[in-house]
Design a protein around this ligand. Structure first.
Ligand code: ADP
Ligand code: MG
Length: 378
């Protein structure tokens, strides 16, 4: 993987930069600029070196969304930023041609073309024809075999952006944690978290499983979970193997309430979950136990909220976020929902590293590579 620092000739060269532009938008306004700010170092580096920077990215997954609100938000950081309502074709080619040295242009949502997600060879070629060099800087999509991830770098000299470099460096570091080390994995869906759990149980001293993910383990322990969210088709043997490992820790108390309620809920032990209620957050004793472990840890890795935070059960997640933020440990966090919860508290800068990847972070940590990174090894 070659970094953009090694591009031999940058001045006045059109460079296609795949950036993480998929930020949350509500009522036509961007509500979190975290990913956009993380995209700036690469853009500014290339701009400063006199390149003609062509930004490509996606937003949403319906294939109809527009990057217009992202363009509006990005202008505050990049005065003079231009927008083209096409992604490929004559209009896009003309917009690139008109771009002055040091100029930055954002093309419309890649996913408006089905060739993006389907990795269509024609779409990849059309994108590649817009520029002379390709820079991958969108770590969050590097686990997907999309045209802008694995297709375009077949046609253009590929380079890794500064965000990609940082992600690889920091997540690799988190795989060799300073002891005592603590990993906290919450959220939901065992099948997506199984590979990382199996990795972390080997390289971390303690692995705490919380959130809805813990429900799958509770079921395997024979505890009733009432109407709680549980995963379908979990690998039972994998669950058992993890449960047998003494490094694994589960919640010792949980907040339960009738599903759909926004009430505070009751705190119960995992053995006492009422049949007609759901586990919606981890309880205060669990947070206290985590607090003690975080205080002692030299490395803390966290992915996945501890509760159904978007529906009012945010106490566990927020308490944990504050505990990690105030510790002196090297702390790495990631996951779309986890980062959103932390952003809301305004304490992002208190963490050593915040990954821009959700699925990509989990996959990278489990496998040490991603299709989008391999595509840069040419
Ligand atoms: P991330 O995006 O940070 O990787 P996930 O996508 O794995 O996190 O999980 C986030 C989701 O898990 C959120 O929608 C949250 O509401 C949900 N969740 C966590 N704990 C619970 C729970 N006890 N009951 C229901 N949903 C939960
Ligand atoms: Mg998520």
């Amino acid at each position: 993987m070659r970094s953009i620092r090694y591009i031999p000739h940058v001045e006045n060269i059109p460079i296609l930069v795949r950036a993480a532009l998929n930020v949350p938008v509500e009522n036509g306004k961007v509500t979190s600029t975290f990913r956009l700010r993380k995209a700036l170092p690469t853009i500014k580096y290339l701009q400063g070196a006199g390149a003609r920077v062509v930004l490509i990215g996606h937003i949403g997954d319906k294939g109809t969304e527009t990057l217009m609100p992202v363009y509006e938000a990005m202008k505050q950081y990049l005065p003079g930023l231009r927008f083209c309502p096409s992604t490929v074709g004559a209009e896009a080619r003309a917009a690139v041609r008109d771009l002055p040295q040091g100029g930055v242009l954002m093309l419309e949502n890649l996913r408006r073309h089905k060739g993006e997600v389907e990795n269509g060879s024609e779409f990849a070629l059309e994108l590649a024809e817009l520029a002379d060099i390709f820079v991958q800087d969108s770590f969050d999509v590097c686990h997907r075999k999309h045209a802008s991830v694995v297709g375009v770098p077949k046609h253009l000299a590929p380079y890794a952006g500064l965000q990609i470099e940082e992600e690889v460096r920091e997540l690799t570091k988190a795989l060799r944690p300073k002891r005592p080390s603590l990993a906290i994995i919450g959220g939901a869906k065992f099948s997506t978290k199984q590979p990382i759990l199996e990795k972390l149980i080997v390289c971390y001293d303690r692995v705490f499983v919380g959130g809805a993910l813990a429900n799958d383990f509770m079921v395997e322990c024979g505890y009733g979970v009432g109407t709680s969210l549980v995963s379908k088709d979990s690998d039972k043997e994998a669950l058992h193997a993890l449960l047998r490992n003494p490094k694994l820790m589960l919640p010792v108390d949980e907040v339960v309430a009738p599903l759909g309620s926004r009430e505070d809920g009751d705190v119960v032990m995992p053995t006492n979950v009422p049949k007609n209620e759901a586990i919606l957050d981890d309880g205060p004793k669990t947070i206290e136990a985590l607090n003690e472990l975080v205080q002692k840890a030299n490395t803390v890795l966290w992915n996945g909220p501890l509760g159904n935070f978007e529906n009012g059960f945010e106490e566990g997640t927020e308490a944990l976020a504050r505990v990690i933020a105030s510790s002196s440990a090297y702390s790495v966090i990631g996951g779309g929902d986890t980062v959103a919860a932390v952003e809301k508290l305004g304490i992002s800068e208190k963490f050593s590293f915040i990954s821009t990847g959700g699925g990509a972070m989990l996959d990278f940590m489990a496998k040490r590579t991603l299709p989008g990174l391999e595509a840069l090894d040419r």
